[in-house]
Design a protein around this ligand. Structure first.
Ligand code: ZN
Length: 181
């Protein structure tokens, strides 16, 4: 269980400080376990190495699992029938999602709003100090990150990777009375 926890912390690390901390934790736990992971190439499963242009920080295979569950009944049918049924299922799913989106009161989807609310809640522990050119130093105790409001980046890399403002950027927005949505 401990191995799994440390593995997920490594995979979800978006910056080098966290990544190195959890790699060290795994090495102390069991050097061969880290050797095994290193041989699998962390570039393929760690957020730290993801390119920011996709705006997707997903590190698990939930999307593939959901799709597999979606096609579980039809995948044993002849290929033409299977493809037609997958097409129809996707078509009706997209239509029902569009109907939900059409009735939303705001532009941002509820799942993202929930994430933002959670990040806003933890942002109150962080203090933002303005530098120049849209830059801010955001601190909590001995931890500190640099937010660039013009480039929409933070040294924690969460904002770049997901496209959703991180806790530190939200601390700046609170300070400057900027609406994050
Ligand atoms: Zn950040």
């Amino acid at each position: 269980m401990q191995y799994r926890d440390v593995f997920w912390r490594i995979a979800k690390s978006s910056n080098e400080v966290d990544y190195n901390k959890y790699v060290k934790e795994m090495q102390e736990l069991d050097p061969t376990a880290w050797q095994f992971l290193e041989n699998k190439n962390p570039r393929h499963f760690c957020r730290l190495f993801f390119k920011p242009n996709a705006k997707c920080d997903s590190v698990d295979n939930n999307m593939a699992e959901i799709f597999n569950a979606f096609i579980i009944e039809v995948r044993f049918k002849p290929i033409k029938t299977m493809l037609e049924e997958i097409f129809e299922s996707i078509m009706t799913t997209v239509a029902s999602r569009k109907a939900i989106a059409y009735n939303l009161q705001q532009q941002t989807c509820p799942a993202i709003l929930k994430k933002l609310d959670k990040a806003k809640e933890s942002s109150r522990w962080w203090q933002a100090r303005r530098a120049s050119n849209g830059m801010y130093k955001v601190k909590h105790g001995t931890n500190g990150f640099v937010v660039n409001m013009y480039a929409k980046t933070c040294t924690c890399k969460v904002w770049e990777l997901s496209g959703i403002p991180c806790t530190h950027a939200l601390a700046v927005m609170r300070e400057e009375q900027i609406n994050p949505i």
